[in-house]
Design a binder for this molecule. Structure first.
Ligand SMILES: [Zn+2]
Ligand SMILES: [Zn+2]
Length: 184
């Protein structure tokens, strides 16, 4: 959604907003931070922009319910993610040659409008957890037989591996390697 800031630019003091932003939960892009996570309902966004003698400040909070996957045992992890943020709102031409790293502190008005969705998705990408665990000490799945070790030990003393489980075993090995990478 694009907020029309022209009234504020013309001297109004307050703009309140309250809307919902649906998140694409079936994204095919495996590099997306949203991949593997479902959002059963749209993200809720509420906030306001105040204008004090030309100085504009935005306060907002957002929350969204998610269903993610435990990085170890693949079970569903449900939760709610929320954050609040404050930014200075300024027209692009006023910011001039501000440095890239400072730009994050600003919400930028272009042609009288503020593109909220792009900002919110960027913010979500920065803050949304990269991996979820169903519980801190999740034991994960057995790499050989795929049994959920949270439910008890498996009987992998026998050498035999069900060949049907081989693809899953490889996937788990890969995920565990990636997890080690992440922890570096
Ligand atoms: Zn788990
Ligand atoms: Zn096993």
């Amino acid at each position: 959604m694009k907020l029309d800031l022209r009234p504020l630019l013309a001297g109004e003091r307050l703009l309140e907003f309250d809307y919902e932003l649906p998140l694409d939960s079936h994204t095919e892009d495996t590099t997306s931070f949203l991949w593997g996570t479902r959002f059963p309902s749209p993200m809720k966004v509420t906030g306001n922009i105040t204008n004090t003698a030309g100085y504009m400040r935005m306060c907002l909070s957002l929350s969204v319910d998610y269903v993610a996957q435990c990085a170890r045992c693949l079970s569903a992890v449900e939760g709610q993610f929320s954050l609040s943020l404050e930014k200075t709102v300024a027209p692009k031409d006023l910011l001039g040659d501000i440095t890239e790293d400072k730009l994050d502190d600003f919400a930028i008005i272009e042609d009288g409008f503020l593109d909220m969705d792009e900002q919110l998705l960027l913010q979500l990408e920065m803050e949304f957890p990269l991996r979820f665990l169903c519980k801190e000490d999740c034991k994960g799945l057995c790499q050989r037989c795929g049994k959920d070790l949270n439910e008890g030990p498996c009987s992998c003393t026998e050498k035999e591996i069900d060949p049907r489980m081989e693809p899953l075993r490889k996937l788990l090995l890969k995920m565990q390697e990636e997890e080690k990478e992440d922890q570096k």
